[in-house]
Design a protein around this ligand. Sequence first.
Ligand SMILES: [Zn+2]
Length: 401
Amino acid sequence: MEFEKITGIEERGETVIKVKSEYKICTRCIMDTTDPEIVFDENGYCNHCRWYYANVNKIVFKGDDAEKRLNQIVEEIKANRRGEYDGIIGLSGGVDSSHAIVKTVELGLKPLAVHFDSGWNSELAVKNIENLVRKLNVDLYTFVIDWEEMRDLQKSFFYASVANADVPQDHAIFAALWKIAEEKKISYIISGSNYATECILPTEWGYDSKDSKHLKAIHKKFGSLKLKKYPTMSFFKLYIYCPYIKRIKSIPILNYMPYVKKEAMKILENEFGWRYYGGKHYESVFTRFFQGYYLPAKFGYDKRKAHLSSLIVSGQMTRDEALEEMKQNYYTEEKIREDKTFILKKLGLTEEEFAKIMSLPKKTFRDYPSNYMLQTFFNRYTHLFGRFLRSIKTNLISKSS
Ligand SMILES: [Zn+2]
């Protein structure tokens, strides 16, 4: 099928892409040409929703199949318990992770909740987390980041002028979870990541926070401190050491059950005294400002489009409702000013320095070293690699017996 290339990027490496400046929005979801890499087919459907519908049966489990798989997973988790807990869950206080921990407890599992104190959590997020763990009777471990190092990293990403400037927070949360799992002999990292609410996200809008090579490259170029306490996760550790040597598995548990965000929010509000933040990932003050102001103002990227498009394709919202939702403005001028003052003060940036950051020429993650190709390859063929390792193990066992 022929795709029409619509992009604002004139040159990317050696590939020169035809430039078209006119605006276009998908006729099925609400992704549009603010994604520089979007392509449309003859029906006006974009590559994002096309990918979802082509893969939905492989990624989202329904009915008996989902129930069977979920039961198998729960039994497997219980059978492999090595320490005090069945699994570890990173609890941001947002809808997805909060719902995931409620479901995990309902399934009869004993999780350890980990709250990551990045220095940016809103008071409401802390309150929501406290309510949740108290009512669920779940142990809570708080991981406190070294603030000086975090600040140095976040400023580095701003100066690198990339759209994935939330990587320092996300990578640390992810790396800390694996580190704690290893220390506490926990075999499963249960997460609220799911296809129902976050299956669409353009690579250009938020390149993979798991890539430590990328994080270190940007920090080396723009940072001023040495990273001593900041937790990182190397490619080897992520793809080989943890899954195959330490046998730690990641379980996106919400993919094995029907997940309707509105219903989950209602239960959280009614049963756990949970309160909404006004936007996805707005539990962190930094992320609220980054997604609500920095990305749209500097790059023209509005992550709400990706989030609402995910809800459209997963049948939780109509396209008209999503377009209507886009007109709502929860993040008011006054709130933006308030957050900006707070964030600049905390990061130690003056208004002039931040204005300079906003006007720096826009870069993409591709302008800095990364494991993009390697990770893409491994993500696609990781099951074959697992099969290869298992066959070696079987051969060794049969030879020794
Ligand atoms: Zn679409």
